[in-house]
Design a protein around this ligand. Structure first.
Ligand SMILES: [Zn+2]
Length: 339
């Protein structure tokens, strides 16, 4: 057995590898489970006890030398590769094209910027949610159509779990864990079981805002919405609130802005009405506050929510919603200047 070990020692110095494949072959031959060294280890069990010490040391020595040699060969190969790279001075630089921000990200960033200057902080929450955070806490009746499989993606085996249909679930989580005053915006992706077309998609992005404190009134909401609209669409923008219904707000309103293309005279964007619908808002329903553990006799609040795709459509006149998720580089490059 000593002879075999000596023979291997003699081989080590002459080992060489031209590339990584050859190096791997050497590793398999000597150090793998079926390699020479393992064979010797098996043989070692049968060595008489008076020889065990001497042979054991030699085996360890052999193993270390083999590992060192292969490591050296690996380093040599890496250095060679580097040198080869450095040598080719005629090579054209690797074409790394700088991307641009996605239009939805641009819009989100602008809104976050506007609302953070008004004192809103950003909150985030899970996209896979439970029924309570998405619907029950938000005052949805048990038979509300949103709870229908046709409208919402439920997990078949566990119908309590679903993909959130709005970012209100984040509001619900915030109200449960924070004490008023609360002033947050929650941007995020939401999912609805819609047939995909130029005007609807199975997912889109929302940004919702929530403000809860003592003495909050509808007038506060109106002023914040006016400031926001003027920041985003220009200082001459007017807003109009129309009565509406949402389960989680009372009273509720749809908000229109005066058309920023024609200034109210009527054009194709505003369908000759002079007004463009942009968001929904209202005073937080006392039931929602109570559901989330906030005393509705002491605190009031307002909330608003808008679709980022809707705003991007208005700002950039994108006619087909699907473009936002198709990864079409030509389309995305259109927004380089908007960054
Ligand atoms: Zn117009």
């Amino acid at each position: 057995m000593l002879e075999k070990i000596q023979a291997l020692f003699a081989q080590i110095e002459d080992l060489h590898a031209k590339n990584l494949e050859e190096l791997e072959a050497l590793r398999i031959k000597f150090l793998s489970k079926k390699g020479c060294l393992n064979d010797l280890m098996s043989e070692f069990r049968n060595v008489s006890s008076d020889q065990k010490r001497e042979i054991g040391m030699k085996l360890n020595d052999l193993k270390r030398k083999l590992q060192d040699k292969l490591n050296t060969l690996r380093q040599d190969l890496a250095v060679q590769e580097d040198e080869q790279d450095d040598l080719d001075l005629t090579r054209t630089p690797y074409p790394i094209a700088l991307g641009s921000r996605h239009p939805i990200s641009i819009v989100k960033q602008r809104l976050v910027d506007i609302f953070s200057r008004m004192g809103f902080t950003m909150a985030d929450g899970p996209e896979v949610e439970d029924d309570w955070h998405v619907f029950s806490s938000m005052n949805f009746a048990d038979d509300h159509p949103a709870r229908d499989m046709q409208d919402t993606f439920f997990i078949e085996r566990q119908p309590d779990i679903l993909l959130r249909t709005h970012t209100s679930s984040v509001q619900s989580r915030i109200m449960q864990t924070q004490k008023p005053p609360i002033r947050v915006i929650c941007p995020g992706r939401v999912y609805r079981n819609e047939a995909i077309s130029s005007r609807a998609h199975c997912f889109f992005h929302q940004l919702e805002g929530l403000y809860i404190d003592e003495n909050v009134s509808f007038a506060d909401l109106k002023q914040v919405m006016l400031s926001f609209a003027r920041e985003l669409f220009g200082p001459d923008t007017q807003i109009r609130l129309r009565p509406s219904y949402f389960p989680f707000t009372e009273p509720s309103a749809e908000m229109d802005i005066s058309c920023f293309i024609c200034g109210g005279d009527g054009c194709s964007l505003c369908k000759k009405t002079g007004w463009v619908e942009i968001l929904g808002c209202g005073e937080v329903d006392p039931n929602v506050l109570e559901n989330c553990g906030i005393d509705s006799t002491r605190y009031k609040g307002y909330a608003f929510g808008l679709g980022l795709e809707r705003i991007a459509n208005l700002l950039y006149r994108v006619s087909d919603l699907r473009l936002f998720s198709e990864n079409n580089v030509k389309f995305l490059e259109e927004f380089t200047a908007a960054n």
